[in-house]
Design a binder for this molecule. Structure first.
Ligand code: URA
Length: 192
């Protein structure tokens, strides 16, 4: 089976997932969206209200702002693979619990193994902590690490503030915009 077929099969299996309590309240599993051979992967935290309803990541208010940020980086949404650490919506959009992150781990691990991105941008604390820990980096506050490049085995991990942060902490909006503009220059450099 090809990598693409394995991913599609996994996405099908995930539709019936009951690995954690979140299956009881979800409407849809939000597995991921985008080209299965994308060199760039964005990883958010978990689906919210609109994502749960539509079954796609980042289609609500944070997603609209993400589209603007992608444009600042010269990226087209259709060219990046977007997913979340946790594939089902936590009730009331609370932060996913550690056992929910753990239960969902096999999906994200397989997505990373099969898509083999060259660059992963982690959006927010949950995804940044997950990825940095996974690859043995010290977890530090977002204020210190946002926009920096962490490199391991040819993979570049770039932690960024979560786009939703800008919606309730306006000063972070400028930081985010600057980081994504810098990302544009970084991507041009990293791609060569
Ligand atoms: N926030 C996330 O972390 N992911 C989504 O898909 C939507 C909002």
């Amino acid at each position: 089976m090809s990598e693409k077929e394995r991913l599609l099969k996994l996405a099908e299996e995930a539709k019936n997932c009951v690995r954690c309590r979140l299956y009881k309240t979800r409407k849809n599993v939000v597995f991921g969206d985008g080209p299965l051979d994308s060199p760039i992967m964005l990883i958010g935290e978990a689906p919210g209200y609109w994502e749960d309803l539509k079954g796609k990541p980042f289609v609500g208010a944070a997603g609209k702002f993400l589209d603007k940020l992608l444009a600042l980086a010269g990226l087209d949404r259709g060219k990046v693979y977007i997913t979340n650490v946790v594939k089902c919506r936590p009730p009331g959009n609370r932060e996913p619990k550690p056992d929910e992150v753990e239960a969902c781990r096999p999906y994200l691990e397989e997505q990373i193994n099969l898509i083999k991105p060259k660059i992963i941008c982690t959006l927010g604390n949950v995804a940044s902590t997950y990825l940095l820990q996974k690859f043995g980096f010290r977890v530090q506050p977002m204020g210190r690490i946002h926009g920096k490049v962490f490199e391991v085995n040819q993979l570049k991990i770039i932690p960024l503030y979560h786009p939703a942060t800008a919606l309730y902490k306006p000063p972070i909006k400028t930081v985010l915009e600057e980081d994504w503009m810098l990302l544009k220059a970084r991507l041009e450099h990293l791609a060569t």
